[in-house]
Design a binder for this molecule. Structure first.
Ligand SMILES: Cc1cc2nc3c(=O)[nH]c(=O)nc-3n(C[C@H](O)[C@H](O)[C@H](O)COP(=O)(O)O)c2cc1C
Length: 449
């Protein structure tokens, strides 16, 4: 069996993720592995993508191997996917899967992104392996990798693959901004960050419509005008220095031009089931802020051109990013669903949240995500000093289980009492009453206020 590993990690042979494939190569001697360091050598593949296309065609199985980067995969791998799609590749009859490593923070959305694009490219796609960064160093992780490979082979031998959703996408009507500009109040600074090109007609018109109906002045930052030296290299040097190794000035641009605003609007056209490589470069490079939620409390809205209402994975990424960042999500207006109404509603929510500081407590997207970050930074605080300082200052460690001593003791006591048959008999009503005691206090307090 000929296996092609498309290594999307910018770290090339130093990729932790790649080690799983190298391990499998040793375990399955009848498989012939070829590794292409597409992430690290992105410029080479940008010049000539046929190197990769030929390699995929020569293999029986292609494995996308990559680290999860900010909810999806590294910008370099986004570029590879873009190039394959621009070349109208059709890999019908070829199998494909993926192996990622991460801390499981939004690994599901990364896998969905690869899956959706693999199916678009005609591959027979087999569900991939999402491993923790350290898994391969453990007995359990090694067994899981071997079991995964046996499963992949079983699927290939028996022609088992994920089913592509066959649906005709409705055409998106042309949109023209029509609202008259409302009078602007000078109080707040709002920035629209976009990667719009001249050909993104609907998106440009959506930006115009937003500017017209929004009651505050708006600055436009077009990411295509920033001279990025490249995508994040995953070198982690910024974890200590808080500075990126690139000399293109992105840290300062990000902090002074974008993050200084009171409110944010992100505007893009959906490409390959994602915001596309330019936005991904921008998002990945924000790793110079580590895991610090530096814009916490400021509202965000989105202007999206494309089939946003049908792109569930993009929706999860958009909402997840806002929640994990501690930003109030003011909605995403899209041109596949009455953009005039959507833009007006988003603009009103954004104005309200900017004026009042309104935010909503996070749901699972934010709470789950931040618990992963909290544990990660707590354990890695020796290295990630700036993150640790930020988390301490903002009380992000306060809900660590080992800090909830009072609750732990109380639960031991309740558990002990509940184990007694005589308590159990009467427990029903007492339990309910007892649980409501703190709530009663809140209601009584509200009466007095
Ligand atoms: C820019 C950047 C973004 C990252 N984003 C995520 C993420 O969203 N979720 C996650 O669980 N880990 C994230 N990580 C951690 C990497 O996925 C993890 O370190 C991975 O194992 C590195 O693999 P590699 O050595 O193959 O590049 C990120 C790391 C970097 C440098």
């Amino acid at each position: 069996m000929k296996v092609l590993i498309v290594n999307g990690s910018p770290k090339g042979k130093y990729s932790c993720t790649l080690q799983t494939s190298l391990y499998l190569e040793k375990k399955f001697k009848d498989c012939e592995f070829t590794v292409l360091h597409c992430g690290q050598q992105i410029r080479k593949y940008e010049k000539d993508i046929s190197l990769l296309i030929d390699a995929i065609n020569a293999a029986d199985l292609t494995v996308f191997s990559y680290p999860v980067y900010t909810f999806i995969c590294p910008s370099q791998l986004h570029k590879i996917i873009r190039l394959l799609k621009e070349n109208n590749c059709d890999f019908k009859g070829k199998f494909c899967t993926q192996i990622s490593t991460s801390k499981h923070f939004y690994d599901a959305t990364a896998h969905k992104y690869i899956e959706e694009n693999a199916l678009d490219l005609g591959f027979s796609y087999i569900k991939g392996l999402s491993a923790d960064m350290d898994d391969l160093t453990t007995d359990k992780g090694q067994k899981e990798a071997v079991a995964f490979w046996k499963y992949v082979r079983h699927c290939m031998e028996n022609g088992i693959a994920e089913q592509k959703i066959n649906r005709e996408l409705p055409a998106i009507p042309a949109f023209t901004a029509s609202a008259a500009a409302v009078e602007k109040k000078e109080k707040f600074d709002t920035v629209i960050v976009t990667d719009a090109e001249d050909t993104d007609l609907n998106l440009l018109q959506m930006i115009e419509e937003f500017k017209a109906v929004y009651p505050y002045p708006v600055r436009i930052v077009n990411l295509r005008e920033f001279p990025f030296d490249g995508g994040c290299l995953g070198c982690f040097k910024c974890a200590v220095s808080e500075k990126c190794v690139y000399k293109d000035g992105f840290d300062e641009y990000l902090r002074k031009t974008v993050q200084s605003a009171d409110a944010f609007v992100y505007a893009f056209r959906i490409k390959d089931h994602s915001p596309g490589p330019v936005f991904k470069t921008f998002n990945d490079r924000q790793f110079c802020n580590g895991h610090r939620t530096v814009t916490m409390g400021k509202p965000v809205g989105y202007l999206i051109s494309g089939h946003y209402t049908l792109e569930q994975n993009v929706r999860t990424v958009v909402e997840g990013r806002a929640q994990v960042g501690g930003n109030f999500f003011c909605g995403a207006a899209s041109d596949d669903n009455d953009p005039t109404v959507g833009i007006a509603a988003m603009a009103q929510r954004l104005a309200y949240a900017t004026e009042t500081g309104y935010n909503q407590p996070a749901d699972f997207y934010g709470v789950g995500g931040m618990k992963i970050f909290r544990d990660l930074i707590y354990v890695m605080r020796g290295l990630m000093k700036a993150d640790h300082k930020f988390y301490k200052k903002h009380g992000f460690y306060d809900d660590l289980p080992n800090r909830q001593l009072g609750r732990l003791i109380a639960m031991q006591l309740v558990g002990g009492l509940m184990a007694m048959p005589q308590v159990q008999e009467k427990a029903g009503t007492y339990m309910n009453e007892g649980m409501l005691m703190p709530y009663k206090k809140a209601l009584e307090k509200a009466d007095k206020e």
